[in-house]
Design a protein around this ligand. Structure first.
Ligand code: 5GP
Ligand code: MG
Length: 376
């Protein structure tokens, strides 16, 4: 079903069951591995009602001995959190001295899990791990680390696969998101990260085509402005000719003008910008001035060893001498990490940072990116 109606609200298909199952496979694999050599029997704490489907699916995959315990909490009324957690039913077994896995359907503001962790500590649990099927990083501002996450999603109200709207909608095997008709479609602003050799250019083209985006690469922008002889272009040209770096405000000015002038697109894909936290902040301010925001930062990840392999492979094929030297490649990798790490931290704080595994064929990586970006 593409759409469902629950009381006064319409919801549209958001995450298919196959994707949910694949996410559960991954989480189960991690927890199984962690319990391989354990001889105690951990508690699998199902937080009712929402996480009954997830707990069931997860437990079916467990290969170690475990005990199911439940607790019933409530914090949501309608489509928003009340900020207050009510205990409707206490732990169904003693958790004292036990290792506990908290199984949640979704972590939103984190009020529930923080409250639950406190309760578990009071009851003497030996250790506490938090495992959630869904996670809204943009809403989460607590310090408590979440040990296992199935799928990260933007902040929107969802139902299905155990999740309800005023107690209905739990029965659907797929997950649906509230359909806010009447809302004008918002412009999307994606930032693409990826080390050299991660296939960023190829994937950027695929994203541009699928989502109707306008690709902004700082290098291309500079060349375009200079060719057009615009005021910014002339300034940039003069600076480049005297061997200086183009200052942030010039680059930012060009990007702002691109945002304003390009029409008929669903959004923008930024590539090569922001490169520093100062630029990231400038971008946030630029967008905030029109009531907009960065939609997501998509980071294509490959191990360093693979970067070396891919770049030197490419050098051999294309005869690019600049790419052939391993120490030069290593330096580029180091520069990349030094530059992006602080930015990653910055975007993680606002919950906008999402990683995509870049190991595999171009098609595989593209599918992973689409699976993520389809949600926004
Ligand atoms: P938190 O305490 O982290 O803000 O919220 C956790 C609880 O709120 C979840 O266990 C769930 O019951 C409810 N919740 C949070 N977000 C959603 C949502 O998008 N849809 C539904 N149906 N419930 C949600
Ligand atoms: Mg819940």
């Amino acid at each position: 079903m593409e759409k469902i109606k629950l009381f006064d609200k319409t919801f549209r298909l958001f995450i298919r069951n196959a994707e949910i199952e694949a996410a559960i496979d991954k989480v189960a694999e991690q927890i199984n591995k962690e319990n391989e050599d354990c001889c105690d029997i951990p508690v699998i704490l199902c937080v009712l009602n929402g996480s009954m489907m997830f707990t069931s699916a997860l437990m079916k995959r467990f290969t170690f001995n475990c005990e199911l315990v439940t607790i019933k909490l409530a914090s949501y009324a309608g489509t928003s959190s009340t900020g207050e957690v009510k205990e409707l039913m206490g732990f169904t077994a003693d958790v004292r001295g036990r290792r506990v896995y908290v199984i949640e359907d979704i972590v939103d503001t984190g009020t529930t899990i923080v409250e639950l962790e406190k309760k578990l500590k009071e009851h003497g649990a030996a250790s506490i791990k938090i495992c959630t099927l869904l996670f809204k990083p943009e809403s989460y501002h607590k310090d408590l680390p979440i040990d296992y996450v199935g799928i990260s999603i933007p902040k929107a109200f969802i139902v299905g696969y155990g999740l309800d709207y005023n107690e209905v909608g739990r029965n659907f095997e797929d997950i649906y998101v509230i359909d806010e008709e009447g809302d004008a479609p918002r412009m999307k602003y994606y930032v693409l990260f990826g080390p050299p050799g991660a296939g960023k250019g190829t994937q950027a083209s695929a994203m541009v085509e699928r989502y109707g985006l306008h690709h902004i690469s700082t290098g291309n922008l500079l060349r375009k402005e200079i060719a057009a002889g615009s005021e910014l272009g002339l300034r940039a040209k003069a600076l480049i000719e005297e061997g200086s770096l183009v200052p942030d405000e010039v680059v930012e000015g060009m990007i702002a003008s691109e945002f304003r002038s390009v029409k008929g697109v669903n959004g923008f894909l930024l590539d090569g910008f922001p490169r520093t936290i100062a630029q990231a902040k400038a971008l946030d301010e630029m967008l905030a001035s029109t009531g907009e925001e960065v939609t997501a930062v998509v980071s294509i990840m490959i191990p360093d060893s693979m970067i070396v392999e891919r770049i030197s492979g490419r050098a051999a094929v294309e005869g690019r001498a600049d790419d052939a030297d391993v120490s030069v490649i290593r330096h580029r990798i180091d520069t990349y990490h030094a530059q992006t790490e602080p930015e990653i931290t910055y975007y993680k704080k606002s919950g906008k940072y999402f990683e995509v595994d870049g190991v595999g064929t171009i098609d595989q990586v593209r599918e992973r990116i689409f699976e993520l970006v389809d949600r926004f």
